[in-house]
Design a protein around this ligand. Structure first.
Ligand code: HEM
Length: 130
């Protein structure tokens, strides 16, 4: 069975989606809160996200072979429902803008990643307002 990684076109597609995601985070004021949490230089995290997505989609697993857990990694950041929505929105747009993707697969990927983003919420609205 071809993996989602194979079906979407492998490395070039994964890199394009990861870069488009961080372009959106850097350019669209709707994602200012998310951008503010990231380092000034986005180059390392562009690479990190691409390697994560490659392994997650059934491609090379070098990101996971480093023994990292994406959920634990994010416990260090104050993630509110609003930030999770920003992340999910930007990822949905980054995937939707990729030419030639099977719409059903694109939708399933955005859904699953959005679900993961909401699973990272560790700060309620009240706590973030306090
Ligand atoms: C829920 C909202 C999220 C916020 C606020 C957030 C925030 C961050 C921040 C601040 C970093 C470190 C960046 C830096 O050092 O500049 C990071 C790294 C990263 N995030 Fe997230 N993130 C979110 C959701 C996600 C989700 C859902 C995924 C994957 C499904 C993800 C995957 C990654 C990866 C792979 C890295 C880089 C790790 C590496 O160094 O290889 N993030 N994130």
């Amino acid at each position: 069975m071809p993996t989602p990684y194979d079906r979407i076109g492998g490395e070039p597609t994964i890199a394009a989606i990861a870069n488009r995601f961080y372009d959106l985070i850097g350019q669209d004021p709707a994602y200012a809160g998310l951008r503010a949490l990231h380092a000034a230089d986005l180059a390392p995290v562009r690479h990190g996200l691409a390697r994560f997505l490659a392994g997650w989609a059934g491609g090379p697993r070098d990101w996971f072979e480093r023994g990292q857990c994406v959920m634990s990694l994010h416990r260090a950041f104050p993630i509110t429902p609003a930030l999770a929505d920003q992340w999910a929105s930007a990822m949905t747009r980054a995937i939707a803008a990729q030419p030639g993707l099977d719409p059903q697969l694109a939708h399933a990927m955005s859904d699953a990643l959005g679900h993961m983003a909401r699973g990272m919420i560790n700060l309620s609205l009240e706590q973030s307002a306090a």
